[in-house]
Design a protein around this ligand. Structure first.
Ligand SMILES: Nc1ncnc2c1ncn2[C@@H]1O[C@H](COP(=O)(O)OP(=O)(O)O)[C@@H](O)[C@H]1O
Ligand SMILES: [Mg+2]
Length: 361
């Protein structure tokens, strides 16, 4: 079993702060993802956990024991990188078995474990292939088997799917998830791809500029983003800049000319003044009444369309249309938009922090 606790962790590169002060707890067997834009510190943090980076302050604990000074080779970690890093002159089976050889595992036992590891990533039939005779996806399966075969206490993966094409990425994330579940290994996974993160993770830490913005399940961070950065980074959203209006003990916001929405039950007591409202595309639909708007364009995507429409306020709202109309809308068509208020999130305009009831109040 392995739990990870990061406490007041700090990383500097030659005096430049990459991670100022980071706290996280990862549960035993959890599939935990570090998600954020390029340069936000994901690899830096992963390398600190692995023991490849210095730590300027704070502690890393495995199962309650501080391991800051434990060398990488004694942390019992399996790693998978973006660029596979297989030995080119060794077959798939030899690559997977290499870590067992160096650990002096008896031959019969090693063969059994290599067989199992290859099976868990569905590569048994290609065990005698050299890396040069395998596709990128197959090489990455071997790299994953190689990380799992040593039965590590912890599995670390840094953008393992970025070199693969879109279709393979989707296939491979199922393989990764299944293999991780079967092995029950605590896993820290790094990606900048929010869809990938949502598909594989038990929980996600969204990072920006070396700071954790929010930790939660995929549904939590999607439905209840803690701040505007998270709302815009996870999925698509429309942002409307509005003023909160207090009237007769109620809190209202004017979405469009003359159309006030009562948000008294949505927002917490700290909500005042200017707000940014996140409106997810799926929270909006064309209806017989609602916000008056004019279609800007419609993009047909097969299962649905993506429609953009301009409110009377001038704001452009993007929404999804699933109905099977015979003709698409064209520019200038008049529509009414119905907004599902349960799917809105309001942020303080200045700080970007959620002012929703229960968020931080
Ligand atoms: N070896 C290094 N030396 C100096 N700065 C680095 C080094 N590695 C990363 N950085 C800096 O630290 C920040 C975080 O980088 P990194 O952890 O690679 O981000 P990510 O993996 O999220 O893209 C960036 O500003 C990057 O330029
Ligand atoms: Mg990186």
């Amino acid at each position: 079993m392995t739990t990870i606790a990061l406490h007041a962790l700090r990383k500097e590169y030659a005096g430049q702060v990459a991670i100022p002060d980071l706290n996280l707890e990862i549960a035993d067997g959890e599939f935990f993802t570090l998600l954020g834009p390029s340069g936000c510190g994901k690899t830096t943090l992963l390398r600190m956990i692995a023991g490849f980076n210095s730590i300027e302050a704070g502690t890393i604990s495995f199962d309650g024991t501080v391991i800051n000074d434990r060398p990488a080779s004694e942390r019992n970690i399996g790693m998978v990188f973006q660029n596979y890093a297989l030995f080119p002159q060794m077959t798939a089976a030899k690559n997977v078995g290499f870590g067992l050889q160096t650990r002096k595992i008896a031959r019969a036992e090693a063969e059994r474990r290599v067989g199992e590891a290859l099976e868990s990533v569905r590569m048994s039939h290609l065990k005698d292939r050299l890396p040069g005779q395998m596709s990128g996806g197959q090489q990455q399966r071997v790299a994953l088997a190689r990380a799992l075969v040593i039965q590590p206490a912890l599995l670390l993966m840094d953008e393992p799917l970025s070199n693969l094409d879109a279709k393979l990425r989707v296939e491979m994330r199922d393989t990764i998830r299944q293999a991780q579940r079967a092995a029950g290994i605590t896993t820290v996974y790094v990606t900048h791809d929010q869809e990938e993160a949502m598909a594989v993770s038990d929980r996600i830490a969204v990072m920006n500029l070396g700071v954790v913005q929010q930790v939660g399940s995929p549904a939590e961070i999607y439905r209840h983003p803690a701040n505007r950065f998270v709302a815009e980074f996870i999925g698509k959203t429309n942002i409307l800049e509005r003023d909160l209006v207090r009237q007769d003990g109620r809190t209202l916001v004017e979405l469009s000319a003359g159309q006030r929405l009562d948000v008294t039950d949505l927002v917490g007591p700290s909500a005042t003044g200017k707000v940014h409202i996140s409106v997810r595309p799926e929270a909006v639909k064309a209806a017989s009444s609602g916000l008056a708007a004019e279609v800007v364009d419609e993009t047909f995507l097969g299962s649905h369309s993506q429609v953009r429409a301009r409110l009377e306020s001038g704001d452009i709202i993007e929404f999804l249309e699933f109905s099977r109309r015979s003709a698409l809308w064209t520019q200038g068509d008049r529509v009414f938009l119905e907004v599902d208020t349960d799917q809105l999130t309001l942020f303080d305009a200045a700080s970007g922090v959620s002012v929703m009831r229960g968020a931080g109040d």
